[in-house]
Design a binder for this molecule. Structure first.
Ligand code: RB5
Length: 151
């Protein structure tokens, strides 16, 4: 089975890391759906998180990657979509937990907070780690999908 397509987007704070991770994804055989941004001009991260949510919502990709300067803005924006579980990770351990315990479908990275080798580690672990499923983790993720928008 060929690797699934991966959607990726960044703002100007993540543009350089996006270019690097696109190479990694291509080397692993993934088709890459690059939703911008396309240069270092200042842009608004919610617009790019929204583009990625639309791509996943439309079924163009099952998994995605978002990058801004810190990863914080992209996380806040992405997690407004109930079908996204976006995890801001900082190292291989948090990347592994994001998949194994949280079944994260969006990897979020800070282009200004981690170096390229750590980012590549995070990507590899995110792609290769399965959700543990069953029992308590599945119950908790299921509860996430049922959380009311406000109460
Ligand atoms: C842009 O300067 C920066 O605020 C943005 O990339 C991100 O870090 C926001 O959370």
């Amino acid at each position: 089975m060929s690797p699934d397509p991966i959607a990726i987007a960044s703002d100007h704070g993540g543009f350089e890391l996006k270019a690097l991770l696109k190479e990694e994804l291509a080397a692993r055989g993934h088709a890459v759906i690059d939703l911008g941004s396309n240069d270092r001009d200042s842009v608004d991260y919610p617009d790019y998180a929204q583009a990625l949510a639309q791509a996943i919502g439309a079924g163009k990709a099952r998994r995605g990657i978002l990058i801004c300067g810190t990863g914080i803005g992209m996380s806040i924006a992405a997690n407004r979509h109930p079908f996204l579980r976006a995890a801001l990770v900082h190292d291989a351990f948090t990347a592994r937990m994001a998949r194994a315990h949280n079944d994260a479908n969006v990897l979020v990275l800070g282009g200004r907070t981690i170096g390229p080798e750590i980012a590549k580690d995070c990507l590899a672990v995110f792609l290769d780690t399965a959700f543990e499923g069953g029992g308590r983790h599945a119950r908790r993720v299921e509860k996430l999908s049922r959380l009311p928008a406000s109460s």
